[in-house]
Design a protein around this ligand. Structure first.
Ligand SMILES: Cc1ncc(COP(=O)(O)O)c(C=O)c1O
Length: 387
């Protein structure tokens, strides 16, 4: 049996693999605390689910336009205008099954083989996977702890070449919780303009933010920014598969054609629920973020008390990203050890790129009780290390 050559360049998301391993350990009777997967542990707010159920009853069970229902695209475009302070229209919006397809489709629509794409490292692993899968060159921009996990704009300037076609940024960031500042974004926009580079701005955690203020690079260069956002994180709707991209109108029509070729359209009733999520009450979403903040403080304080760990306070998203070099262990070995021997499922920093060595990612989308349980197990695990 032969498979296509390009498969050799396809990466993956380790979180799903660790989840499978953790479930297998549970099936054998081990108690596992799940801090590996990036999904809110809350229910989808009731009014949103009810809107989806009603939509099924009302007959929203057929195909719809590839880019999504115009009314829902208008709701998204209005929301983007309000939250990002820009001026978009519904023809710039493409609704997709989750935010992830926007990564795939925009890279496919913008980048030729051999072109260069700059992306954050450590970062969401799908960026590097898709860039390489499509035959482009993945150029990592390091996110360093000493710079609060923000990219260094001077370094960015040095990485740009005549082949650079696209820059991917993600703020608030997975896995570090770093948030780009107003002046970072201004300078990134300047570089993009000077060198005629597109920016894919992954804003999926835009509303899961604590002390910092969310800002979008689109305020500076709306014409060359693709905003990626969606329902998964903000409204605890990961399984509904609802996301969108907001971009240049011509690019939107190409991305929409890719949708036609790929999945035809996003589920009709789910889109009605998305409209209800954006236009309806926001209290549930806000209290979820408050709870995340409470948990963040618990996990960060707890991790900082463990020998060999030091953890900066993440400003957004729901991941703690401690430096674990002080344990003397490699990240992956440590992650495997904590899962296999102590039932704490978390990810090695290297699941987010080679620059993640020396770090681990703990998702705090879990109860305070479970977080405390995990902290006790980690402490016990670290104390039992024998090199
Ligand atoms: C940075 C980032 N971008 C995009 C996504 C995709 O989310 P979804 O496809 O569920 O909208 C995720 C999910 O983990 C993420 O962490």
């Amino acid at each position: 049996m032969q498979y296509a050559e390009r498969l050799k360049r396809l990466g993956t998301e380790t979180a799903f693999e660790v989840l499978v391993r953790a479930k297998a350990l549970e099936a054998k009777g081990m108690e596992v605390v799940h801090l590996e997967i990036g999904e809110p542990d809350f229910e989808t707010p009731k009014h949103i689910s009810e809107a989806g159920i009603k939509a099924i009853r009302d007959g929203y069970t057929h195909y719809n336009p590839a880019a999504g229902f115009p009314d829902i695209r208008r709701i998204i475009s209005d929301d983007i205008n309000k939250t990002r302070g820009i001026n978009t229209n519904l023809n710039q919006v493409v609704i997709t099954p989750g935010g992830k397809p926007i990564i795939f489709f925009t890279i496919m629509a913008l980048v030729n083989e051999g072109d260069e794409v700059i992306y954050p490292n450590p970062g969401f692993p799908i960026y590097e996977s898709v860039i390489e899968f499509l035959g482009a060159k993945a150029v990592p921009i390091p996110l360093r702890e000493e710079n609060d996990f923000r990219l260094d704009v001077k370094e960015l300037r040095k990485l740009v070449t005549p082949k650079t076609k696209l820059l991917i940024i993600n703020s608030p960031q997975n896995p570090t919780g770093g948030v780009l500042t107003h002046s970072d974004l201004e300078e990134i926009a300047r570089i993009a303009k000077e060198h005629d580079i597109w920016i894919l701005s992954d804003e999926i955690y835009s509303r899961i933010i604590y002390e910092a203020k969310f800002e979008s690079v689109s305020q500076f260069v709306p014409e060359r920014t693709i905003i990626l956002d969606g329902m998964s994180k903000t409204y605890a709707m990961t399984g509904w598969r609802l996301g969108y991209g907001v971009m240049d109108e011509k690019l939107a029509s190409w991305v929409s054609r890719l949708c036609t070729n790929d999945h035809s359209c996003t589920a009709s009733f789910a889109q009605i629920a998305m409209g209800a999520a954006i236009t309806g009450p926001q209290e549930d979403s806000r209290s979820m973020v408050e709870e995340f903040k409470r948990r963040r403080d618990v996990i960060v304080d707890g991790l900082n008390k463990i020998k060999g760990f030091s953890c900066k306070k993440p400003l957004g998203a729901f991941y703690a990203y401690p430096n674990v070099r002080g344990t003397g262990w490699k990240s992956k070995e440590l992650a495997d050890y904590l899962l296999d021997k102590f039932g704490v499922a978390a990810l090695s920093g290297t699941a987010f790129g080679h620059l993640g060595e020396g770090y681990m990612r703990f998702s705090y989308a879990n109860s305070v009780e479970n977080i405390k349980k995990a902290l006790a197990k980690i402490e016990q695990g670290v104390a039992s290390f024998k090199h």
